[in-house]
Design a protein around this ligand. Sequence first.
Ligand code: A3P
Length: 283
Amino acid sequence: MSDYLWFEGIPFPSVNEEERIEEIRNVFVIRDEDTVILTYPKSGTNWLIEIVCLIQSKGDPTWIQSVPIWERSLWIESKRGYQKLISKEGPRLINSHLPFHFFPKSFFSSKAKIIYVIRNPRDVLVSGYFFWSKTTLVKIPESLTTYFEWFIKGNVAFGSWFEHTRAWLSMRKRDNFLLLSYEDIKKDTKSTIKKICDFLGKKLEPDELDMVLKYSSFQAMKENKMSNLSLIRKVVAPNGLVLLRKGMTGDWKNYFTVAQAEAFDKVFQEKMAGFPPGLFPWE
Ligand code: A3P
């Protein structure tokens, strides 16, 4: 078990390094042709990566079934991903959980496209509790009650969900920013795939679209060892990781007490005040 790397008040998983975080923010150059998938952890990041990869391959599963997901879309904040991104030519698929003010400054004057996925933070909390507890990257809570308290305070990986989301949503009216929610993707995956295609300027034939849908399903991803994180290094997760846990909306209701649900509602109302009704499909 390890602790977080605390940097400028944000707890990062312990594999992060201050120097790299600074370099990413100040030196890394985002290019106009890049596509970025940006999320707060446990919001459906890997699902989106799978969908975008399948859109790129026009539904052909060869790529997603032969190359690990972290090699297809490179994590900017990981050492390996960062080094590969620097030397990679052509359009890059980039992944990140970085809070807004840590993201490369070069992005804000670029035409690079960014897809930001949000999810009911209550489900994010439950998903995160089960996921992070299996890794050696963070401080392990003794119970869900403890993790609940840390989450509300923002003392979990990549900091406060509320701050992460508020800050990134300030970009939502830009042409190069696509806002999606886990809930909407689940409700109508096909329409979401079409929306992503429009945003990325890609066109799929109906049968190609069906293949994207088929190979990005929960079951298909769960069975794909290149996507389900079963190939993750033992040093990160000695007993293995389950990424595809339940894949449902509203699972928090199976875990929160009535008091926790009420406390969470109150915090949500306070911290997310000012956003238009309807922006958060789960509320
Ligand atoms: P649960 O833990 O609630 O099951 P991330 O990729 O950001 O780490 O998010 C992981 C969450 O997304 C997990 O939620 C996982 O089950 C869900 N997920 C991943 N792929 C999915 C898919 N194809 N369909 C539905 N949910 C998916």
